[in-house]
Design a protein around this ligand. Structure first.
Ligand code: 7RM
Length: 649
C-alpha cells in the first residue's frame, strides 16, 4: 500500500490572468514569472539584493546571506530601521500627504492618518517609550483593539529596537500571562477596551488580572478607546493620550543590525504551549515588501484592505509592515464582519473604493451562508484583485468569491504561508499565473518548495506528501524564542537541513501546489491516506452546504472511518434524505472510499480565534465522546457542548 496521501478530487476549471490586469501588472506573463523565479533560485543573493535596494539601509551588508541550516542570516552586517522604511522614506514625496490609514470603528466613527501624520505619531510614541526607559531588545507586549494606535505602537517599538509581541485582543488572561512570562516582557500597551459585535470588550481589566500573576511589567500604556472606567495603578499605568501630549515629535531613526529581533508572535500549534516565533528585521522587511509588491501588485493609487487582526501574522506582515513599506493607502476596520450585518465589508469597499481585498476562507463561507443580497446591493466595481489566506479554500467558495465579489474580473491570489514563514510562500502572481479554484499555485520567488515522501524523495505529480522548503528565504523565522530544541524538533527533524511546514500537499502536472490539509489531520481509511481538504470541498460543492469539517474515527476494519460535520446554507431545510444525499454526493465526487460513515448537520464548528477549523477536537470527540485537549485557542467553547450532545461514538 502506498504511503502517499491520495488525491481524488478533480478540478478542471482554470482562469488565465485577466488581460487588462496583466497588461498593467508588474509581472505580466508566465515567462516573466518563470525567468524571475529561475534567477531567484539559482542566484538568490543577486535576486534579493535587487529587491532590498528598493529600500533604505543605513549601512550596507557585507553578505546577502549566511546559511548554516537551520540558521539563516540575511543582509549580514547591514544597519536598517524598518519603521524608517515604512514612514520616513515616503516623506520626501507626494506620499507625505497621502492617507496611510483610513480607519473605521465598528460604530461607524472614522479617522484618517496620512504618512506624515502616522510618522508624527510613531515618533512621539518612540519618545514616550524611550523616556519611560524602554531599551533596545526589551520586550513590549501589545494587547490592543484594531485601532491605529496598534500600528503606531508596533512601529514605535521597531523604531527604537524594542521587540513587540502582539497578543490578539480576544485571548484570555491566562494566555496573556503565559506570553508575558515566556518572553519576560517589561512593558505593556493596551486600551480601556475595543468594540466587537456592538459590545465594548474589556482589555485593560484582562491585563490587570494578568499583571497580578506576572510581576515583571514596569509600565503599562493605556489608550482611551471606549471611555470605560478603568482603575489606573499609580506608577505603573499611564494614559496614552497624556504621555503623547507631552512627547516630542522629532525622533531620528537609528539603524539596527539586520538580524536584530523585530517581534515575537505566539502561535498555538496543534497541542500544548504556544511557540514564540521570532522574526528579525532586514529579511522580514524585504520579504513583506516584495510579496506586497508582486503578489498584491501594489501601486500608488491602490486602496488596499486586509481584514485580519494585527494579533495574527497576517496583520503584522500585511497590515503593519508590507503595505506601509509599499506606501499604499489602506483601510483598517475595528470590528466584526457582521456588524450590524453581513453587508458591512461591502459597504466599506464601496465607500472607500477598495481595489485590493484580502480575507480568509472562513469569512467567505460566512458571507455565502448569509446570502448574496447583502453583497449585490453594493457597488464593488473598484475591486481589481482579491486574496485569501488561512486555510485551503474550497473550490465552490473560491467560485463564489470570484463571481459574486470579484464580478468575474478580479484575479484571486490564494496565498499559502505561515506565521513561521513571515510572508507569502506559495501563491499566484496575479498577472502571470493561471488560477484554479483550490490551489495556491506556484512558489513565490526564492521559495524552493517541494513535496517529499517519507524517505525524502520527491513525490511524482499528484501524489501527496509533506510540503517542505529546501532553501532559506529572507522572512523565515529565526527560531522559537527561548526554545531551540523545540525549533529543531518541530521544523527541522524530518529531513536534514530542510524546513518542514507540517502541511500535506500535492503538485499537479502543471506545477500547481494543492494543500490537502494539516499532516496531523490526515485520515487513514483502509490503508488509504486521505487529506481533509478534498472531502470537505466535495461536501461544500453540494448546493445545500456552506461549510464542512472531516475527521477520522477509529474503525475496527478500516482503521479509520470518515466522519463529517456539515453546516448548511442559511435557508436550507433539512430534508429527510439530505444526510444520505450528502454521503452519496461524496461518493460521486471523490469515490466510495471517502464516503462518510457518519455525517452530522451542525450549526457551528469549533474554530480558532483566527477562523481555522480545529479538527483535532472533533477527532477526539468522535473517538471518545469527550474533549480533554487544549481548548485555549477555541473561539467559542460553547460549540463543544452543543456538538457533544449530537455526537455518538
Ligand atoms: C498566514 C497563516 C499557517 C497554516 C498553514 C496551513 C494553513 C494558511 C493557507 C493555508 C491552505 C492557504 N499563518 N494555511 N494559508 N492552507 N491554503 N492559502 O495563516 O501560522 O496562522 O497558519 O494555515 O495549514 O500551515 S498561520
Amino acid at each position: 500500500m502506498s504511503k502517499d496521501i491520495e488525491s481524488h478530487l478533480v478540478e478542471s476549471r482554470s482562469f488565465p490572468p485577466n488581460e487588462e490586469f496583466s497588461s498593467n501588472a508588474r509581472i505580466s506573463s508566465l515567462e516573466q514569472y518563470e525567468e524571475m523565479y529561475k534567477e531567484s533560485i539559482e542566484s538568490p543573493e543577486t535576486f534579493w539584493a535587487k529587491e532590498a535596494n528598493d529600500l533604505n539601509w543605513q549601512s550596507d551588508w557585507e553578505r546577502v546571506l549566511e546559511w548554516k541550516a537551520p540558521n539563516a542570516k540575511w543582509f549580514v552586517g547591514a544597519k536598517v530601521n524598518i519603521a524608517e522604511n515604512c514612514l520616513d522614506r515616503h516623506l520626501t514625496s507626494d506620499r507625505k500627504d497621502k492617507n496611510a490609514i483610513i480607519w473605521e470603528g465598528e460604530l461607524g466613527d472614522k479617522r484618517t492618518l496620512t504618512y506624515g501624520e502616522l510618522h508624527t505619531e510613531v515618533c512621539k510614541f518612540s519618545n514616550v517609550l524611550l523616556s519611560e526607559g524602554v531599551s533596545v531588545g526589551d520586550r513590549v507586549l501589545l494587547y490592543m483593539p484594531m485601532i491605529p494606535e496598534a500600528v503606531v505602537a508596533m512601529l514605535a517599538c521597531a523604531r527604537i529596537g524594542a521587540v513587540h509581541s502582539v497578543v490578539f485582543g480576544g485571548f484570555s488572561v491566562d494566555s496573556i500571562v503565559d506570553r508575558l512570562s515566556d518572553c519576560e516582557a517589561k512593558y505593556v500597551v493596551t486600551a480601556d477596551g475595543g468594540y466587537r459585535r456592538g459590545k465594548a470588550i474589556a482589555l485593560k481589566s484582562n491585563v490587570d488580572q494578568a499583571l497580578e500573576k506576572y510581576s515583571g511589567v514596569e509600565k503599562s500604556f493605556v489608550v482611551k478607546r471606549t471611555g470605560a472606567e478603568v482603575p489606573m495603578l499609580t506608577g505603573r499605568d499611564v494614559w496614552w493620550h497624556e504621555v503623547m501630549d507631552e512627547a516630542s515629535s522629532s525622533h531620528v531613526a537609528e539603524g539596527f543590525d539586520s538580524e536584530h529581533p523585530l517581534f515575537i508572535l505566539y502561535t498555538s500549534g496543534s497541542t500544548g504551549k504556544p511557540k514564540g516565533i521570532l522574526h528579525t528585521t532586514g529579511g522580514y522587511m524585504v520579504g513583506t515588501y516584495a510579496t506586497c509588491k508582486y503578489v498584491f501588485d501594489m501601486n500608488d493609487d491602490d486602496v488596499y484592505w486586509c481584514t485580519a487582526d494585527v494579533g495574527w501574522i497576517t496583520g503584522h506582515s500585511y497590515i503593519t509592515y508590507g503595505p506601509l513599506l509599499n506606501g499604499v493607502t489602506q483601510v483598517m476596520y475595528e470590528g466584526a464582519p457582521n456588524y450590524p450585518d453581513f453587508s458591512r465589508f461591502w459597504q466599506m469597499v464601496e465607500e472607500y473604493k477598495v481595489s485590493i481585498f484580502y480575507t480568509a476562507p472562513t469569512a467567505i463561507r460566512a458571507f455565502i451562508k448569509a446570502g448574496n443580497d447583502l453583497v449585490t446591493k453594493h457597488d464593488l466595481s473598484s475591486l481589481r484583485l482579491l486574496g485569501t489566506v488561512g486555510e485551503p479554500i474550497n473550490p465552490e467558495a473560491w467560485m463564489w468569491y470570484h463571481e459574486v465579489i470579484g464580478g468575474g474580473r478580479c484575479p484571486i491570489v490564494d496565498t499559502w504561508w505561515q506565521t513561521e514563514t513571515g510572508a507569502h510562500m506559495v501563491t499566484p502572481i496575479p498577472g502571470a499565473i493561471s488560477t484554479k479554484p483550490g490551489t495556491a499555485t506556484r512558489p513565490f520567488f526564492g521559495v524552493d518548495a517541494a513535496i517529499l515522501d517519507e524517505d525524502g524523495n520527491e513525490c511524482p505529480p499528484n501524489a501527496g506528501g509533506k510540503l517542505v522548503i529546501r532553501k532559506p528565504w529572507p522572512s523565515m523565522l529565526r527560531g522559537i524564542y527561548g526554545d531551540e530544541k523545540r525549533f529543531l524538533e518541530t521544523y527541522w527533524s524530518d529531513y536534514e537541513g530542510i524546513y518542514c511546514v507540517g502541511d500535506g500537499a500535492r503538485k499537479d502536472e502543471d506545477g500547481n501546489i494543492w494543500i490537502v490539509g494539516r499532516l496531523d489531520d490526515v485520515l487513514n481509511v483502509s490503508g488509504h491516506r486521505l487529506g481533509t481538504a478534498e472531502i470537505e470541498s466535495a461536501l461544500v460543492s453540494h448546493d445545500a452546504v456552506a461549510e464542512a469539517a472531516v475527521v477520522g474515527k477509529p474503525h475496527e476494519i478500516k482503521g479509520q472511518a470518515v466522519v463529517a460535520f456539515v453546516i448548511l446554507k442559511g435557508d436550507n431545510n433539512k430534508g429527510d434524505t439530505l444526510v444520505q444525499d450528502l454521503k452519496k454526493h461524496v461518493t460521486s465526487v471523490i469515490g466510495a472510499l471517502a464516503r462518510p460513515d457518519d455525517l452530522y448537520l451542525v450549526l457551528a464548528l469549533p474554530k480558532t480565534r483566527s477562523g481555522k477549523i480545529m479538527r483535532r477536537l472533533l477527532k477526539e470527540l468522535v473517538a471518545t465522546g469527550e474533549i480533554t485537549g487544549n481548548i485555549t485557542t477555541l473561539e467559542d467553547p460553547n460549540v463543544i457542548n452543543v456538538l457533544k450532545a449530537q455526537v455518538s461514538c
